[in-house]
Design a protein around this ligand. Sequence first.
Ligand SMILES: [Zn+2]
Length: 288
Amino acid sequence: MRWLALYLAIPVLAATYDVTPPAVRQGETMRLHGTGPVTAARLNGRTVKLFHQPSGEWLGLMPVGAEDLPGVYEIQFLAEDGSVEHTAGVTLQSANFPKQNITISNEIASIKPSPGEMETVGEFRKTVTDERYWTDAPFALPLPGCYTSPFGVRRYYNGKPTGDYHGGIDQRAMKGYPVRAVESGVVRIVQKFALHGGTVAVDHGQGVESIYLHLGDFGTTEGARVKRGDVIGYAGSTGRSTAPHLHWSLYVNGVPVNPLQWVSLKACAAPRPASGKRKPHQAQPGKS
Ligand SMILES: [Zn+2]
């Protein structure tokens, strides 16, 4: 009988793995859990780290890029030696991101990055650190209110495609309005850049990062530890920007993801034409 009891216990002890949600749209993030020792996961050529949590489980975040192709794919959970411990099917759906035209002056369109600007931001994006400062609750908003430009829209400047999409969210802001960290973390960038303008970047750990652009002034320093909701800067219109606003982005393992999966924020109501006649849709200034 003892032999039988041991045999029955084995399935209970087997490692379990899960992917939530198993179907996502472009720009969304999947949470990967495993009880077995799995230190990485791979989807469609992208590999992310899984981290050992205090609960004993392994947790990682798999981002889906705004331009990843919809379809049915397999996620592989990998052991430290690279062997595949488990596979799970996932579905990537199109987010049907719309186009957005922005009217900007040649002067603003021709702004070039500062020396080292793109490298500094790129290096920040691809750095993944081991300590986790973020929690599962929704993140805080950097500014109250609503958003004027969503994540993922295909950007056109003066009718010409930029070949790029909007990697974050824009919120209108009065100049000097405090901008707050969406989550706790370590401040990695506090810089006045030509293109991004006044920039603060925060590492929330284990692959989650946020960046805040076009700031008029700073409220923190590089290397500082910040808590969720701490003021890290003040809204402005620096860099490639036509009116005071905040652009902020979330990165998951280096990939810009849709912040609307992480915070509760609504679109601003479209301005009503004063004459009662509908004007053709035109992008508002202050986007970047
Ligand atoms: Zn923006």
